[in-house]
Design a protein around this ligand. Sequence first.
Ligand code: TYM
Length: 326
Amino acid sequence: MSRVFSGVQPTGNIHIGNYLGALKQFVELQNDHDCIYCIVDMHSITVPQDPKELKKHILDVAALYLAVGLDPEKSIVFVQSDVSGHAELAWILMCNSYTGELSRMTQFKQKSKERESAPAGLFTYPILMAADILLYDTNIVPVGNDQKQHIELTRDIAIRVNNTYGETFVVPDGRFLKEGARIMALDDPLSKMSKSAPNAFSRISLLDDAAKVKKSIMRATTDSEGSVRFDPENKPGVSNLLTIYSVFSGIAIADLEKQYDGQGYGALKKDLVEVVQQNLEPIQKRYNEIRNSQELVNILRDGAERAEIIAEKTLARVKDRFGLGL
Ligand code: TYM
């Protein structure tokens, strides 16, 4: 069975972009793949975090993983910092990566621009991500489009090490959805929906109540043409709404275009509000049932133990190839 690995940062505000681009894939893959899903808390501290909030967000994301349908009987679910092999492998990979390739990472360029001086961890962030993936002999990495460059770098590092030290790593492939891989901000459809944008109405969080969902969609930026057509280049706002509608409802975009032919954006938005609310309701219900349960903590502890067994095997192999230790 192919091994699947992916992760989400515990930074709060997990939104429908994270869900439609990544989490939904996680759930679909778990039936016929060997899946490992991580809450990547060590990636979060590449920018300052309030320790109390971070701890809370780790459990928030864990509860959301289960609420969207991850089944701990089928998938390993754990917290990154509970398995020390991630940091250990990251160091070894760092010694086999170049500052030049890291400088080209668009996410680093963008995030470092936002602050006066960038922590070194922000620069080496993609290497920790490569370590996450390579530590588990991963074949498939389900992610949104924004992670494409990081996956490419992971592949480059794996191939480089294999060429230098002999077969060491499995070279992974990214898995990107045709629809949903890049959900755009509702207030600015030229930027991707993000957890950190200051305008809360730019995104719909998975835990938003019905009123917030309604307000965000009804306010969403469209255009002045008035016809419901999928044309991301010329009509990015309407196309984004159609994408969200299609992935949540399972109705093809072409069928939605026909359904709303001759109707204004108001009708599309009104129905989309309902579709989103209906999809979020069961997720929120399950989330509330498990968020404060001991069961959640037990699942994460058990997940870390299972992950550690796989990680230790890979690390032993890597250390042997590199001539590290006794
Ligand atoms: P993160 O936490 O920013 O996002 C989690 C997942 O959501 C996807 N995503 C989106 N998909 C569609 N539309 C959007 N607007 C959107 N915004 C985010 C992301 O692509 C991601 O799949 N570096 C990663 C976390 C990570 C990781 C890993 C992922 C660390 N190690 C190993 C895979 C494998 C990140 O910051 O994701």
